[in-house]
Design a protein around this ligand. Structure first.
Ligand SMILES: [Zn+2]
Length: 297
């Protein structure tokens, strides 16, 4: 199931109080495929949303309607009955002669109703991308006026949407993980909001781990390169003059490195008969490398 469908299922499971039922029904209808004096309609792949749309029409008109299944696994609700349309307009305080697809803010009794209305709108025309892939939540809206109205609705809230126009249709969208978490919470999809938060935390941890691994890999590469350089110098000295020709303090460390290229300088510092510091070990290797360079000349 897509993340959008999961969110919509969570939204559909919310129990509305009467004031919010009115607002959610309004959102569902206004953001459907058509909302005019001659037609209300919605086309959706989700049968539960089609059912919810019918409930909304029923709630606002007191008339029973039902969805029809169209080809390609889609569900359609088409209302052309003038009696139903007029009853709905009356309930929503819309004068038929002036039907425009704008939000009539008089339909909201309280802030809870804003949330319910946004929930209805999202059920009709919203999508949200899986947060593990991308952060994107949008409302696909038919007119510019309606876009501006949604943006106005979000004046009440922290997340501020952006608007864009694509081949004749309009989109109101959110792009940041925190905005998407907030919008999901506002609509009442708290579980899915937590999932967005979880995905963000997971991404942050993964990035930190990757940075740490890269850092350790780089360190390891430097250590190996240094040990190889020391080994090469010591092998050259052994071949040219032999370990016995070395002063005692260099002889012991040269033998240890010659036998094991993987020992770190810190391990070596503890293995010497006379314990010295790591920088002391470094210093001795520098002397050996210098000696090898001189022998090469
Ligand atoms: Zn309410």
């Amino acid at each position: 199931m897509s993340f959008s469908s999961e969110v919509k299922n969570e939204l559909l499971s919310i129990e509305n109080s009467p004031c919010c039922k009115h607002a959610q029904s309004y959102g569902l209808l206004l953001f459907g495929r058509a909302f005019s004096a001659t037609e209300f309609s919605i086309l959706t792949e989700n049968s539960a949303i089609a059912g919810s749309y019918c409930d909304a029409v029923n709630y606002l008109s007191d008339k029973k309607v039902s969805p029809t299944e169209t080809g390609g696994g889609k569900y359609k609700v088409l209302i052309e009955d003038p009696e139903i349309i007029n009853r709905v307009f009356e309930k929503l305080g819309i004068a038929e002669a002036t039907v425009k697809r704008r939000i009539n803010f008089a339909n909201f009794q309280d802030t809870c109703c804003f949330s319910a209305f946004i929930r209805g709108a999202f059920l009709s025309c919203g999508t949200v991308t899986n947060p593990e892939k991308e952060y994107h939540l949008e409302f696909s809206v038919s007119t510019k006026g309606l876009c501006e109205d949604i943006i106005k609705l979000f004046d009440e809230y922290e997340p501020k949407p952006k608007m864009t126009q694509r081949s004749g249709s309009y989109t109101v969208y959110f792009k940041s993980s925190t905005d998407i978490e907030d919008v999901l919470s506002i609509m009442g999809a708290t579980e899915n909001s937590l999932q967005v938060m979880g995905a963000k935390v997971y991404k942050d941890i993964r990035n930190t781990v990757n940075r740490k691994v890269n850092f350790e890999n780089a360190n390891l590469a430097r250590t190996i390169a240094a040990a190889t350089k020391q080994y090469d110098a010591i092998a050259f000295i052994k071949e040219k003059i032999g370990f016995d020709a070395l002063p005692e303090e260099l002889r012991e460390i040269a033998k240890l490195r010659y036998e094991d290229r993987e020992l770190s300088n810190s391990e070596l510092s503890k293995m010497l008969s006379e314990s010295i510091t790591v920088s002391g070990v470094n210093h001795r290797f520098k002397r050996l490398i210098k000696l090898a360079e001189e022998l090469k000349k």
